[in-house]
Design a protein around this ligand. Structure first.
Ligand SMILES: [Zn+2]
Length: 490
């Protein structure tokens, strides 16, 4: 009996020490990575956009090699790849990834963040007294949940870069755990670190071949327990009006292109604007107008929605507004849809509406792999973490990679208030992210690769599905009801 208790005591102690160890490792790595300046830069033609990302990429590659990760490689664009060979047969290959860069939205002017570790017992947490940066748990349930662990912030003068250095720390610590504990059963696990995520370039050089995995998990979501299960469908549009000549303003009766463009934008109901949209609503909005020459004017805009049918409806509305405008001013009407022009007109007086699909909702693919989703739900359960499934109101790496043919989710890594000076990371929540990801690795390691892939393949169609007119009518009714008669033409 006594022997049993001793064993139980030692077992509990070792689990506790192991968890503590892991938590310290996660925090130490976060501090190390966050102390390296890797802000990406807008308007650069090169990937990576900042040289410092190359330095971090190299350090990460060396760290992976130090505990025996195989095939470690840093390519010319600073993508880091590595493989931890599996110790079970026929399991799917999973990749884990995080990004190297931090947001350029808060200009650090080359200054590396100074991470500060707080032993957080609850209550207000002062990040910077002079700048009056204080975190208050009353307004933040996740900060409340961080009590009893460490909270890492910057000194308040910069962002911390927990987005995505927290994810990076989780991925690296998992790599170490798997590479140094051969008793944990798992399939092949690919490790990938990407550059320039914050400026939208992180998947630019990723292919199915260099990812070389069947399923994926991106550790780049904020919050505690969050998992992004879908993202927007996105189409961008440009409306261009060209008139023969604006003429002399004192004598000409020609309508200037600006007035025609203004007429076009006046058709956009404010109710559908991006700033009126939240949650599961989509939007149809313009964001920029520009004079291309004295007789040419352009309007740029976006269509976003979680539903493909709703996208089609918005496209239809847009086409009809452009056509109406052309008719009103007696101009030729040209459309270019996904680079296909509807006629060969080279008109000197025209309205051209160009629409191009940019990305699709990952849900359209992910829903075809229910076993994979169920494994993630189970991994959360086993790690004792509450799951928050969310709809991401933008594009994402996970979405892009899913459309490369590798079903991928984006999961929390324990960071909060990203891209700001009051950014913070919870040690407990990083550990929770690590635990969920590790459980998922173990669970997927028990699956048969072919049967998991077969589940989705027959249905896998990245192309736009055929239209469901009934759904379109329902959306029309919804819009009519919500916004009134301004939509009666559709
Ligand atoms: Zn990020």
């Amino acid at each position: 009996m006594r022997k049993y208790f001793t064993f139980l005591f030692l077992f509990c102690l070792s689990t506790f020490v192991y968890a503590q160890n892991t938590e310290y490792k996660l925090v130490n790595r976060l501090i190390e990575y966050a102390s390296i300046y890797t802000q990406s830069e807008y308007d650069k033609d090169t990937v990576p956009s900042s040289e410092e990302q190359r330095i971090l990429a190299q350090l990460l590659a060396e760290e992976l090699q130090s505990f025996g990760v195989q095939d470690v490689e840093v390519d010319e664009h600073s993508y880091v790849y590595g493989t931890i060979k599996g110790n079970v047969k026929n399991a799917p290959t999973l990749f884990l990834s995080a990004h190297l860069d931090t947001s350029p939205d808060l200009d650090l002017q080359g200054k590396a963040p100074t991470p500060v570790v707080h032993n957080y017992k609850g209550g207000n947490l002062v990040v910077n007294k002079e700048l009056n940066i204080v975190l208050t748990p009353e307004k933040d349930e996740f900060l409340k949940a961080a009590a009893g662990g460490m909270v890492i912030t910057s000194d308040g003068s910069t962002l911390l870069g927990g987005d995505d250095k927290a994810g990076m720390s989780v991925v690296m610590t998992i790599a170490e755990t798997l590479a140094t504990n051969p008793n944990i059963p798992h399939g092949d696990v690919r490790i990938i670190f990407t550059p320039d995520e914050e400026i939208g370039n992180s998947t630019k050089y990723l292919t199915k071949e260099n990812i070389a995995a069947d399923f994926g998990l991106v550790l780049d979501s904020h919050g505690f327990g969050r998992i992004v299960v879908e993202n927007f469908n996105a189409t961008d549009f440009t409306f261009t009006v060209k008139t023969p000549s604006a003429g002399h303003p004192g004598y000409s009766s020609n309508v200037p292109p600006l007035n025609i463009a203004t007429n076009f934008v006046s058709k956009f109901p404010e109710a559908l604007a991006s700033y009126k949209s939240s949650g599961k609503d989509g939007y149809l909005s313009y964001y920029k107008t520009k004079a291309l020459s004295s007789n040419e004017y352009a309007v740029y805009g976006r269509i976003r929605s979680f539903e493909l049918n709703e996208m089609q409806l918005y496209k239809k509305m847009l086409l009809s507004w452009a056509q109406e405008t052309a008719k009103q001013y007696n101009l030729d009407y040209i459309t270019v849809i996904n680079d296909v022009k509807n006629n060969d007109l080279e008109s000197a007086a025209s309205v051209t509406l160009e629409m191009k699909d940019s990305y699709f909702n990952s849900k359209e693919v992910l829903k075809n792999y229910p076993t994979n989703y169920n494994l993630i739900v189970k991994a959360y359960e086993m790690a004792g973490v509450k799951m928050y499934a969310e709809s991401g109101r933008g594009g994402s790496d996970a979405g892009d990679i899913t459309y490369l043919g590798i079903p991928t989710y984006n999961m929390f890594a324990g960071s909060h208030n990203e891209h700001s000076q009051d950014e913070w990371v919870s040690s407990k929540q990083m550990l929770a992210s690590y635990n969920v990801a590790l459980e998922y690795i173990k669970l997927i390691g028990q699956q048969d690769r072919l049967s998991m892939l077969r589940e989705g393949n027959p249905k896998y169609t990245p192309a736009v599905p055929t239209l469901n007119m009934k759904h379109i009518e329902r959306v029309q009714q919804k819009i009519l009801k919500k916004y009134g008669n301004s939509f009666s033409n559709f």
